[in-house]
Design a protein around this ligand. Structure first.
Ligand code: DAH
Length: 343
């Protein structure tokens, strides 16, 4: 019995001063003292040699030893390999929690939503259509028959298994699809992604986004078009912006115009962005060509309409003074994070 008590005393000392250079000291401790082949188990095994009258006392002593070892093991579990506590600060529940990083909208989505909500206030509905399109809806119905020279400006990607299919070059295909439905009047805007076979640079990409608009009813005039676009520009860029229309050509509109706004960067004085003209182009527009109406089975003697189309990237670059179009599709968080507070 005395021998066993001595062993217990030694074990206590060993437990108290236990240290280990092992990677996991808690586990090393457990194996040494608490495991099935551990010291405490083997001391317990000695009980059979203890006389009946001393057995109870010895049991208590060994039980104490086991509790001591278990406590030490718990402490070791809370320490790292260097013997430092894993939680070095007391838990303070009054501190604010860790903040979760919140995502933000892409600048193209922010501007698209703005454009959509401005036109919705004028009573325009949103229409969408396919990005993979046939020749009729992307070109022919829009007064751009095969071999028309204006097709050169909109080279695109074709589906090799079926060359009749292509990626749409503008969202005007949605206008055609809406007109073909035959429900008049029509007052829609068509936001969406479009594709062109262009070399990628700071100013051009093989895909970008557009919002087009179409209004068809009785007696729609160019004055309606101008007033609608004035309202849009004032809402989008503020009331101080000046606007001008330049005559232009699109096969699907007659007459056609391009709309410029006074340069947001230099206020019209002349700078790199406006190429020293004081003006920047933001959209194309015009009165829907009678051929387009007839192609879509709308009586051009009874109905007239206007249409316009703008690139969302272009509006976004002007609004936020972004100089390189490629930033929109590179997913660089340093760029995207700058729009967290914009909605
Ligand atoms: N579809 C033209 C383009 O992508 C933009 C455009 C111009 C759309 C005039 C129109 C319009 O609806 O009337 O370059």
């Amino acid at each position: 019995m005395d021998d066993l008590l001595k062993l217990v005393e030694n074990s206590k000392e060993e437990i108290k001063s236990f240290s280990s250079t092992e990677k996991n000291p808690a586990e090393a401790f457990r194996i040494r003292f608490l495991g099935t082949k551990g010291l405490i188990k083997s001391l317990m095994g000695e009980m059979k040699n203890i006389s009946a009258e001393n057995r109870k006392q010895m049991g208590l002593v060994l039980n104490d030893l086991k509790l001591l070892a278990e406590k030490k093991h718990e402490e070791l579990v809370m320490m790292n390999a260097k013997g430092q506590p894993l939680i070095d600060k007391a838990l303070d529940l009054t501190l604010p929690g860790d903040t979760l990083p919140l995502g933000s909208r892409h600048p193209i989505s922010i501007v698209r939503n703005r454009i959509v909500s401005i036109f919705q206030r004028l009573g325009f509905g949103v229409a969408e259509g396919p990005e993979i399109e046939d020749d009729w809806h992307n070109f022919t119905a829009l007064n751009l028959p095969e071999n028309h020279p204006a097709r050169d400006m909109q080279d695109t990607f074709y589906v090799s298994q079926n060359p009749a299919w292509m990626l749409r070059t503008h969202t005007s295909n949605v206008q055609v699809r809406e007109m073909e439905k035959g429900k008049l009047p029509i007052r829609i805007i068509c936001p969406g992604r479009v594709y062109r076979n262009e070399t990628i640079s700071a100013r051009a990409h093989c895909f970008f986004h557009q919002v087009e608009g179409l209004y068809i009813a009785n007696n729609v005039s160019f004055a309606d078009l101008k007033q609608t676009l004035y309202f849009f520009v004032n809402e989008m860029f503020g009331e101080k912006i000046k606007i001008r229309f330049r005559p232009s050509y699109f096969p699907f509109t007659e007459p056609s115009a391009e709309m410029d706004i006074s340069c947001l960067i230099c206020g019209g004085e002349g700078c790199n962005v406006c190429k020293h003209t004081g003006w920047v182009e933001i959209l194309g527009c015009g009165m829907v060509h009678p051929n387009v109406l007839e192609n879509c089975r709308i009586d051009s003697n009874q109905y007239s309409g206007f249409a316009f189309g703008m690139g969302i990237e272009r509006i976004t670059m002007l609004k936020y003074q972004i100089k390189d179009l490629r930033l929109f599709s590179e997913n660089d968080l340093r760029f995207l994070k700058q729009f967290t507070s914009a909605v």
